[in-house]
Design a protein around this ligand. Structure first.
Ligand SMILES: *Cc1c(COP(=O)(O)O)cnc(C)c1O
Length: 466
């Protein structure tokens, strides 16, 4: 398998390079130059396999020749043994007939773990193979930070520096990060906002000598390995709900478009997926683009589903590349225009492709709360606000007579992670799972720093130099 950039002007790489590189040198994102196929008989075989075995079968072609299937199998088994549900990604039914795909049984209780638990192991393996090391630097407003820390803690060859805005993440989210006691994990509370943290990280990456000396790397959602790892639960869920005989549809709460893009990849590989429904909160750039054909940025407004409070969905570029017929130079020109004008009108065939392959809907905050309350009432069960965004769209936007296939709704976080919003909507406080309850008594490890680049650079150098 070879990987090409969506902007057509970066070296063609194999999996190991793409894994460590992240962003392509032309500013584009790496995608495979062709997809492997999953046949109906593969799907029939998968019914009898464990999650990590399906992961190995589905992912082996993506990681070859950098990794052998046997090496991958060991990493997948180890990664998914950290999940506390025996099915890894179980599927449960709701009274009204939808299915919830429970993506929150990993160490930090959000769907980020499904990809990052594998990614940390892939990094460690690839770095060892090269005799190399990397310094991962990231900024987080919540979920990604703790999932990245759990993925990288104690891994040879990796130092991880995670910035968060002091006082602006929830106590649970902070403790999930700062109570990790590993010598290669460095939490930094910046006296500033999340945007300040992101600007500091960007400035570190822009300092070329520093970047090369420290071998800076990222675990952000544009890494192809994350998208690939997320295709696996589309496969296992489809099989559980009747594939290869029957098709299934998915509704996906969406921010950076990584999760739902993985669904589209699974469909293109041959998994019988009918509708893919993109669900956004009131930060609705994707829904507006789907409806009007114009992608235009507007102000981010905070919501109860903060992992989806974004302005631009970075992985959407990968879809535009496919829908536009894989013309890198043309997409590069489009993205330059989008950057300059904060707006881009998609070509008519791209618009048509988007509407043919996806549905989309945006949800208001009162709708989110009403759905959380409705499920508490009908099913005596609590769902988190991100899940509620998707379930609202799956219910509200169903065609007359209902969806023509089973509808699987991606449940991306444990309700206890967003307990305040759940309490507000239902009057019930979600019970903290043992892993979270234990955090209250643990010692925190973090360094408070001012919003200052030179100070941060010195800190990273002092902590991470080998
Ligand atoms: C990251 C995240 C999302 C959004 O996923 P994307 O891949 O960015 O679309 C949704 N829900 C939760 C809980 C998340 O952490």
């Amino acid at each position: 398998m070879r990987y090409v950039s969506t902007r057509g002007d970066a070296p063609i790489l194999d999996f190991g390079d793409v894994l460590l590189e992240g962003l392509a040198s032309d500013g584009g994102l790496y995608v495979p130059d062709g997809l492997p196929t999953i046949s109906p008989s593969d799907l029939a075989d998968f019914a009898g396999l464990e999650y990590h075995e399906v992961a190995t079968r589905v992912l082996a072609p993506f990681v070859a020749p950098s990794l052998s299937p046997d090496e991958l199998a060991l990493m997948a088994q180890d990664a998914y043994s950290t999940f506390t549900h025996t099915d890894v990604v179980p599927v449960s039914g709701l009274d009204a007939g939808e299915h919830l795909v429970e993506l929150f049984w990993g160490p930090t209780l959000s769907f980020k773990d499904v990809a990052l638990q594998l990614l940390g192991r892939l990094f460690e393996h690839e770095l060892a193979r090269r005799g190399s090391f990397m310094t991962v630097v990231g900024a987080t407003s919540g979920d990604t930070g703790s999932a990245a820390i759990e993925a990288c803690r104690d891994r040879a060859g990796i130092e991880l520096v995670m910035l968060h805005p002091a006082g602006r993440v929830t106590e649970i989210q902070r403790r999930q990060m700062t109570t990790v006691d590993s010598s290669n994990i460095h939490n930094v509370a910046i006296d500033g906002t999340f945007d300040d943290c992101q600007d500091l990280v960007k400035a570190l990456f822009a300092d070329r000598p520093f970047r090369e000396r420290m071998r800076l790397g990222a675990v952000n959602s544009i890494n192809w390995a994350r998208v690939a790892a997320q295709t696996v639960y589309y496969v296992t869920t489809a099989v559980r709900l009747g594939a290869p005989e029957w098709a299934v549809s998915f509704c996906v709460p969406t921010g950076n478009f990584g999760n739902v893009l993985a669904g589209n990849v699974a469909r293109r590989m041959g998994v019988p997926i009918d509708r893919l429904v993109v669900a956004t909160n009131h930060n609705d750039i994707l829904t507006r683009t789907h409806r009007s054909g114009e992608m235009s940025i507007s102000e981010v407004r905070p919501s109860t589903s903060p992992a989806m409070d974004i302005q631009v969905s970075s992985n959407f570029e990968r879809l535009l590349f496919e829908l536009g017929g894989r013309h890198g130079a043309a997409l590069a020109a489009d993205m330059a225009q989008f950057r300059a004008e904060n707006s881009l009108i998609l070509a008519p065939d791209v618009q048509a492709g988007l509407r043919a392959d996806f549905d989309a809907g945006a949800v208001s905050e009162p709708e989110v709360a009403a759905t959380i309350a409705a499920v508490n009432e009908s099913d005596d069960r609590l769902i988190d606000p991100h899940t509620a965004v998707a379930l609202t769209v799956a219910r509200r936007d169903a065609p007359t007579g209902g969806w023509s296939t089973p509808m699987a709704v991606m449940s991306t976080a444990h309700p206890a992670k967003f307990g305040d919003a759940v309490l507000e909507a239902t009057g019930r406080q979600p019970e903290l799972p043992p892993a979270l309850a234990a955090l209250a008594d643990r010692e925190e490890h973090l360094t408070a720093l001012p919003n200052d680049l030179a100070t941060l650079r010195d800190f990273v150098t002092a902590r991470c130099t080998r």
